[in-house]
Design a protein around this ligand. Sequence first.
Ligand SMILES: Nc1nc(O)c(N)c(N[C@@H]2O[C@H](COP(=O)(O)O)[C@@H](O)[C@H]2O)n1
Length: 445
Amino acid sequence: MATAAEAVAMRRAVALAARGLGFTSPNPVVGCVILDATGASAGEGYHQQAGGPHAEVHALRAAGEKARGGTAVVTLEPCNHTGRTGPCAQALLDAGIARVVYAVDDPTPDATGGAATLRAAGVDVEPGLLAEEAETVNAAWLTSVRTGRPHVTWKYAATLDGRIAAADGSSRWISSAASRADVHRLRAECDAVVVGSGTQRADDPHLAVRGALLSDGADGADGVVQPLRVVVDTHGTAVRPGARVLDDAAPTLVAVAEGVEPLPGVDTVHLPYADQHADAAHLPYVERVPRAAGNGTDASAPSGRSGQQGADDEEDRLEHRFTASGGAYRAQRRPAAPAERPAPTGTPGGLDIDALLAELHARGVRSVLLEGGPTLAGAFVAAGAVDRVIGYLAPTLLGAGPAALSGGGITTLTEALRLDVRECVALGPDLRITATVAGPGTKEH
Ligand SMILES: Nc1nc(O)c(N)c(N[C@@H]2O[C@H](COP(=O)(O)O)[C@@H](O)[C@H]2O)n1
């Protein structure tokens, strides 16, 4: 049973781990506190960047001789492998640590086994202390190891009546300056920021971190690892030469459909359309995603958008066009009855979200901040690829205008994606609500 001092130390270790957010991919964030033999804090450290010393090594260095006979309190099971650095289990043994308290097992086949090695050498090992907190701070890495795709946070800003723009399309600014600054902190903690073509076209966003308020309270974007800026520009029509995302403030990737001509000099990836995904096309919808119908945007569900609204997605406009022409480009949509299944037109819609996430994962991206717009968010929801939702709610009413989420394939209440609220914070005049998707919303690949 862990002591009160160990619980305090683990809380501190979780806070230390958070300092690594945005810096350690593709590695985890890890914090460690060394208690001396009397239970007093003797040293602490955190994993600062991939390839650098692990948290335990930093903490052992800080503790020096005081580590002998002491306890290591660490957010992740000490690693047991020689990768870019040596095994932490051995480093703890060499330092004479008598007890190890850790929060979460290391799920990687290469590095796991530290607990067993330590026990075999006579060290008292206790797993599981504050596991939920340690899982939360390390959600990106744990999700990517367990599912093979990056962890996805969908972020939006809306009025209290759920609108992201007014009926005329005007949308700047719905949330307060405090909320917008907070978004830069989120960007700084993520490996990639993703938007759709409508957002690209309407806002010409920059998507880099500016003036971020970092978790340690420091102001400014100095030292931040800029996230990869990703524009899902299916038809290759939204990112034009001179777009702000093409400046050199951060790297940029444009995702387009196969056959689309890339812009010269722009890092471009060609991806399949959602409804051409080879391993999914034959599957009945319910087998693929338990809670949400469709594997992309919903062609026929009301989007709640005004006809003149141009603020968000090119895909939104295509959606209306295809619907108006009676076409169905969503092979994965759940038909209400066979007789209602619309005939395919052969005109595809958005890109395959699984393929996009696989591409990002292969590029070392472990955490994605999905910033817009509602159709792209709907495609992610429909693909079961949203892990966390952060909504900035402004105390404002609009009464008309587009909703934060369009489609998502949810047609009836029993298919609703239920979330667990993790946090509610007042930010200036706004409210920031953080919720996580429970259970089957996160689809394993
Ligand atoms: N226990 C622990 N503490 C840290 O500070 C860590 N960074 C890790 N990481 C584990 O080791 C793997 C990465 O090692 P190298 O990049 O080769 O040094 C990572 O996949 C984790 O399993 N563990």
